[in-house]
Design a protein around this ligand. Sequence first.
Ligand code: EPZ
Length: 430
Amino acid sequence: MEQYIIKGGTPLVGEVEIGGAKNAALAIIAAAVMTDEEVILENIPDVEDVNRLLNAIEDVGVTVKREDRHVVRILGKTLHTYRVDYEYIRKMRASYYLLGAFLGKVRHAEVALPGGCDIGSRPIDQHIKGFRALGAEVQIDKGVVYANADQLYGQRIYMDIVSVGATINVMLAAALADGYSTIENAAKEPHVVDVAIMLNSMGADIRGAGTDIIRIHGVSRLHGCRYSIIPDQIEAGTFMFAAAATRGNVLVKNVIPKHLESITSKLREMGSAVWEYDDAVRVIASDEIRSTHVKTLPYPGFPTDMQPQIGVTLGLASGTSIIIESIFERRFKYLDELVRMGAQVKVEGSIAIITGVESYVGTEVTAPDLRAGAALVIAGLAARGYTIVDDIKYILRGYERFDEKLRALGGDIALVTNERQRTEFMYRAV
Ligand code: EPZ
């Protein structure tokens, strides 16, 4: 089993390069199979979730050639089935983007229904509502979503809830529908915009992505393109909070500062200095972390994917902070692990009340999900003594070379797979 072992107490200092956005890459890979021409994707992150989706499309016949770690060539022409089995959805829920991609391309899709996951129940009722509005017949039978349409017709679609996945999935199908569609109450995340721009570079006609109303004029076909994926705002935010929690000074490179505005704003409230450049931000931590209040919201609000990272940092603040998690109902599980490191926390439903402590004390903790796992690594880096983070498979799903990047910033962390390696780390000459 793989674990991270961390010796805490060293401020992170230096520079880190951010990779391509995982949540943009997953949707863009699905969009790439909507044409029979070659699509070349650059700045694609080498993380498990992305590699699993590439495996899934290869298994349905798509030709995938990895030119290098971050460039992949995709040819959808060789697709031979439009069915995605549960084994892929179980391992990688965003395979459901193939529903919208296949429905748009060939008017047929069979994709296993994604289950819930570690952060909450993850319904797809709004995805299905959008497909039906476009004229598709959608049935669920034995855990598989069957979507069929003789033709897809543009339609006005109002999302009952702001949903990244539903906005993107419906946009994929509508791009090749006949006529005009509008998606109202649309998600505005940077990766929603990235998918729209990439579809337009394939010949789609999509306007308004990044606002509440996305207007789509369906086209008859899409062509190939070469596209570079935006930097990952959540990976960037994770390193920004790691700098603050360890009282460090880190230049986070290859970012789009506008995508980080809510994160920057909260870090400044908490006492850090944040300098913004064209494609980088520098976080200079203050010795004293100030408490604050935060509520997770759809973009441009504070991201739910950054909630564990700010939670861990607020656990070291002077004073009491309040976090309201408004998106997912089971996203506070990491706080149970943080209490084992000495945090003082009270959770009431979607509200966490955190009373800051002087320092955490290292111990063995378990990563309950992707972002919580990364946050517990931050806690270990800030803690006194040694911390072992179990179940890091979650972290590997969304962070490329996480321990390597942290070591380059002075973080004392190693990926270990057995007792001997753990002992060597703890008793090595330092
Ligand atoms: C995407 O999930 C991200 N995943 C999540 O990141 C992220 O936390 C989430 O957006 C919110 O920003 C990917 O992009 C692959 P939603 P998604 O649909 O699309 C409810 C990570 O760490 N809802 O915006 O599944 C839903 O239950 C992951 O990288 C419905 O009720 O999230 C939630 O309460 C974790 N019906 C809210 O909407 C639906 O049909 C927002 O979910 C769809 C969603």
